[in-house]
Design a protein. Structure first.
Length: 349
């Protein structure tokens, strides 16, 4: 698509959004990955947000870059970026969020068979199914390939037993994509399969993990002789490790984008906080060391946003996330920590 065609698409997209988006939802955007998660037990929406979701769903804009036969709009990656940019500029909330769209959906598009795509992707795009991720275990965190949750084949089913931990929102999710050990005799990376499990299956028990803050998205999930159809294996049995690594690229990119949205313009909030704390309504902040610390943070945050822009640009050319997604996650986490350390420094004792 030429630059002029893309600009025309931008103009028509903005006009459509301005005409159709309910006026009450302008300015409600909090982040690209904050909003309506859908699922079998969806959160209540206001009438205007419900209308917004239905309008975008009708256009295929809940998953704009997915093919229309899977519930998307069939947009090119460049067009999808334009749509996201206009939503952000108008501060309109995304119509639907979740790891179904950001993680398992792209994996099914790349590795799933046609039956799996037709079964799961339209439900994700319509917000009918909410997903969670079954990777970490009590004895397999950083060394994920040491996982011990096993799946033994019995005819056309796999019988799954074991435990996952730090599973975000498992108690609110409908499906879990899970790494399971299907060949205990093979080299540990070679005996793992990538499996889709309905959380309503008998023998699946999620349990919330409490945190000191009083809020926790985390759960542990127990599997006790859970019977799962073999057709729910993505790719081949015992060949799930490569798929697992590909999904981590999408996860890290999602985390990087989310943190980038949270950090955008944070230096302005820090300056405002510092002015109030120091009683300096205008002019340079009188504390030169603090002034330099805020400027240094702002420069690093700006560089981080440029790195995210390069990752997005690569995605528009059809390239899957690479090692830079790991860099984005690490640097974003460090920047977020530095931002709050500065806020604490400004606040003082």
């Amino acid at each position: 698509m030429s630059a002029s065609e893309l600009e025309e698409f931008r103009r028509r997209t903005r006009e459509w959004l301005l005409e159709h988006a309910p006026k009450s939802i302008f300015g409600l955007r909090r982040g690209r990955f904050e909003g309506y998660w859908g699922g079998r037990r969806p959160a209540e929406l206001t009438p205007d947000l419900r209308r917004w979701f239905e309008l975008m769903l009708e256009k295929g804009y809940t998953a704009p870059a997915w093919p229309a036969r899977y519930g998307g709009a069939g947009l090119s990656a460049e067009q999808a970026r334009v749509l996201e940019g206009e939503l952000s500029a108008l501060k309109l909330p995304p119509p639907l969020v979740g790891i179904g769209l950001a993680m398992i959906g792209p994996i099914l598009l790349e590795f799933g068979n046609e039956a799996q795509k037709l079964e799961h992707l339209p439900k994700i795009a319509r917000g009918q199914i909410r997903w969670c991720q079954g990777y970490s275990e009590p004895g397999a965190g950083s060394d994920l390939a040491s996982l011990s949750t096993r799946a033994e084949r019995e005819g056309d089913e796999l019988v799954v037993s074991g435990q996952k931990i730090w599973t975000s929102y498992a108690d609110q999710s409908d499906f879990i994509f899970c790494l399971v050990r299907t060949d205990p005799r093979a080299k540990k990376q070679a005996g793992i399969s990538f499996l889709l499990i309905d959380m309503a299956s008998p023998g699946v028990t999620p349990r919330r993990i409490g945190l000191i803050s009083g809020f926790s998205p985390f759960c542990e999930v127990f599997f006790e002789n859970v019977r799962v159809p073999v057709r729910n294996v993505v790719g081949e049995i015992n060949a799930g490790w490569g798929i697992a690594k590909a999904l981590l690229g999408y996860e890290r990119s999602m985390v990087g984008e989310s943190v980038g949205g949270q950090l955008a313009g944070a230096e302005l909030a820090l300056v405002a906080q510092a002015r109030e704390a120091l009683g300096a309504a205008s002019g340079p902040l009188p504390d030169s060391a603090l002034r330099h610390a805020i400027v240094e943070y702002a420069m690093q945050e700006r560089a981080y946003q440029l790195a995210l822009a390069r990752i997005r640009e690569a995605a528009t050319r059809g390239r899957a996330p690479g090692p830079e997604s790991s860099i984005a996650k690490i640097c974003g986490s460090e920047l977020k920590q530095r931002r709050w350390e500065l806020a604490c420094r400004i606040a003082g004792p």
